[in-house]
Write a protein that binds this ligand. Sequence first.
Ligand code: NDP
Length: 420
Amino acid sequence: MTTETLKDLYEIGEMPPLGHVPKKMYAQVIRQSRFGQPTQAFQVEVIDVPEIGPDDVLVYVMAAGVNYNNVWAGLGVPVDVIAARQKEGQPWDHHIGGSDASGIIWKVGSNVTNWKVGDEVVIHCGTWDVHAPEIKAGLDPMYHPSYRIWGYETTWGSFAQFTKVQAHQCMPKAPHLTWEEAAAPTLVGATAYRMLFGWPPHTVQEGDVVLVWGGAGGLGSMAIQLAAQVGAKPIAVVSSESKYDFCKRLGAVGCINRKAFDHWGRLPDWTDNESMAKFTAGARAFGKAIWDILGERKNPRIVFEHPGQDTVPTSIFVCDTGGMVVICAGTTGYNADVDLRYLWMRQKRLQGSHFANDEQAYAFNDLVVAGKIDPCLSRVFKFEETGLCHQLMYENRHPDGNMAILVGAPREGLKTLKGA
Ligand code: NDP
């Protein structure tokens, strides 16, 4: 390839020569002036390709995974991610979302020794100060003040032709998966991995009952598979019986339709006996649905939480004595009530959890590479449909499992740079 044929900007799906970094790229960009519904917030713009630092790599994005975090980024709530970064002294007035990707290493920083141009990778979304002495001394980087979620709390996510990431975020792409399949599961899968195996002594064990909210969703579909892998008994909660087969195929021992109950939301005042009795009756009936699936009076040792406000009171209620409710989100609201009597008398644990460290992300990816995790890719979108798939997610009208967007991959079904 001669220099004359090199361009400053390539169309979506038109791949530059390997290793050639054009000046500009197409990106789905969120700006403060467009905060709101996803279809309004995401717009295609031409942006400068970012410079990389010594510990970074530039990745040519083949496909990007879709996550709820960029619904939040587009809405501008609960955090204005652009203002938050400007407060930290960063100059950018835009946000390129996208916290999952498959792609090709296109350029490596001067300190990077474990990746080379042309390597095919997926990317996990945990970033931190790789030189922080506390992390080098063994602190879990997820506890360090420098940790940020790439593509949500950083500017250069995967909804663009090129993304800038730290080298340790890259992991081998499973060769048996297409680009779009490979891009789909890492964020939700690694998050579920930490939730289920990162909080000893409450790591999921063979025979444990694990209650999984949103069993057909991104996190839930990964949690069911991870729990089933170790011989636990995942029970999926969903909003329609049409989702039962999907969850059972992944390893759920049974499913509960949450629409059959109406005790959701915040707890009434504890002095209001009548209203408390109504909640307790609803939560007991829900607990009985768990026992009916199991054929015995056994409660979940682990409750896998993320809906938050609507479900936490029930999660705390049905969790076994000495068990753990592990939570990573509050999709239905952040003001969740805990009846402390159950928490202390039954010595239950309410544990926050957030994404994953390298060790946990790599352990999850090993399972994907070994073919033990179905990425649960349900629908593939075009680059220009980035707003649309986030809109469907925002309205809970998206299909079961995970979604992905084609960026550099010219069509579905391709697995390697060679096009095989
Ligand atoms: P999905 O939309 O794929 O799945 C969420 C599921 O929640 C839906 O499938 C839905 O299933 C269920 N749900 C919706 N409303 C309710 C309700 N009122 N009560 C009970 N269940 C409900 O999203 P993800 O699984 O990808 O993410 C879920 C949340 O977790 C998001 O807020 C996301 O931002 C957050 N998250 C946090 C991470 C972290 O590291 N902290 C990492 C990944 C995600 P159904 O209607 O069938 O019940």
